[in-house]
Design a protein around this ligand. Sequence first.
Ligand code: 5GP
Length: 190
Amino acid sequence: MTKGKLFVFSAPSGSGKTTIVRHLLEQPDLNLEFSISCATRDPRGEEVNGKDYYFISWEEFKQHIKNEDFIEWEEVYTNNFYGTLKKEVERIWALGKHVIFDIDVVGGLRIKHKFPEETLAVFVKPPSVDELKRRLKLRSTESEDKINMRVAKASVELATAPQFDKIIKNYDLDTAKEEAYQLVKEFIGK
Ligand code: 5GP
């Protein structure tokens, strides 16, 4: 199987990385396909099983760990497990496409270490932790408790930014989207 490239986009929740990833997926010349992760949390809002995530039970998740089916997995938030299946990357490479991941910083860096040649790891930086909190509140898909949990984690995550290949500052969304496009395009050409 010919290997495509791997594009990791990691950032604290609310940084805008999902919007950037979606924008990149809409660019046909980039030939990207989204890596659908497994998650043990419940679907939010409009989320669809098999499109946004493979929503599975903790029992199923545990079985995947045991079978060594994951490239990486994390308990990203207490009792919320997320993981990338090896089969998912194989599925996308078999389509002749490049893989794009929207995953947490620990998982993102793990992929980078497992596939150093093929991976471009990008960190999306929010303007500030306060702005992050404001954006999460605006999204209003989660309780105050859950928002606070995500904000607390953000400070820890921000400290990992220097370990990434590239940092995009998401102060202005259009500029960030364009910067992300250029980075991906350049890495595909390598
Ligand atoms: P959310 O619950 O907001 O969809 O995602 C929570 C966090 O988990 C986000 O930072 C998201 O990028 C991350 N995430 C999603 N899928 C994976 C995965 O497969 N592995 C890891 N390590 N993190 C993931």
